[in-house]
Design a protein. Sequence first.
Length: 264
Amino acid sequence: MMPATPFGDLARRAAMHDRDRGPGPCRRARHLGSAGALVMAISVLAAGPTAGASPQAGAETFDLYRPGVFSTQATWTWCTAASVQIMRNIVFAGVDHSAASQQRFFTFMRSSNRYQQVSHHGVDPQGFLAGLRRYVDPGYALVASPTFDAAVRSAVTQLRVTGKPVALIVAGGRHAWVLTGFTATADPARTTDFGVVSVRVVGPLYGRQSVNGYDAPPDTTISYAALRRFLLPYRFRFAATPWTGRFVTFQPIPTQRSAGPFVL
């Protein structure tokens, strides 16, 4: 991908109309990118019911969120850093909410960006992946799915199988959320024959801004249909990228655990 607007800066302009995408957070949010070590997975699960199914007897609800894990991003551009902090709190049972930690995560991720552009002040996909692998778990991988269904199905499956949160790139690449849970018609850890009813998300803008869904209170339930408004195909208006037109998520993949060190 080419240099993108920084993740997080979209936030301060969320109330303004974006001529390409409409209102959203982190208006200038930096697009996530990959490096040579980046795993770019095109995830398509085995055929199953169309996601967005209605709840039924035996529906599976799974949620990693707990009180105390949420952090508001300390600046308009630190949505990726705050997402790393939230995910660390979930994985390591932490309660870190300091701006100093967010700055540490952000500085490392920005230095790991694929595109080092002075005019862009956020984190790109390569940088975000580097941060997740270093500070949360080395098993995280970028998954660039060809369809919305594939993105959501693979995300909830890996969340369920690993017990770790998933990062979502929303607003067409301009903001980051954390996927903490879901309700499905069956357990994704046991079968591919399931439909996703709803998901639970955490947006780090909450506490700084809540406009047009960016961001709702932590652990908000969003129906599968409503999620389509937020989880959009990745795009960068200045050039084509490896992820253009795909749905980008960062998922914990057990087979990727040897990808590199992580730091407590």
